[in-house]
Design a protein around this ligand. Structure first.
Ligand SMILES: [Zn+2]
Length: 94
């Protein structure tokens, strides 16, 4: 049993990007999270500095928790975090 990210272009990757939109709709439009697998769980952080841009004025702690819950329920919507790669990746859990 091991969770991992796999990009069809790049192969196994360390981190993946998750879009906040499917969870928060317009409130999280443009908000991206970076996920990394630690002890078989996906750890999340904001890609952008929490005090700037789309995150300014957002309850960032709340949404980070909600996003962790959302992803732990199983989502297949994640993107490769490598520069210039926009592929959708697979989250493999076997
Ligand atoms: Zn890739």
């Amino acid at each position: 049993m091991a969770k991992r990210f796999e990009c069809p272009e790049c192969g196994p990757i360390e981190t993946a990007l998750f879009d906040g939109y499917p969870l928060g709709g317009r409130q999280l439009e443009g908000v991206m999270f970076r996920g990394k697998i630690v002890n078989d769980k996906i750890e999340l952080e904001y890609v952008d500095n929490p005090n700037t841009g789309y995150l300014k004025g957002l309850n960032t702690e709340y949404w980070l928790k909600e996003m962790k819950k959302f992803i732990s329920k199983g989502t297949d919507m994640a993107q490769c975090s490598n520069n210039n790669c926009v592929e959708d990746i697979d989250i493999i859990d076997d």
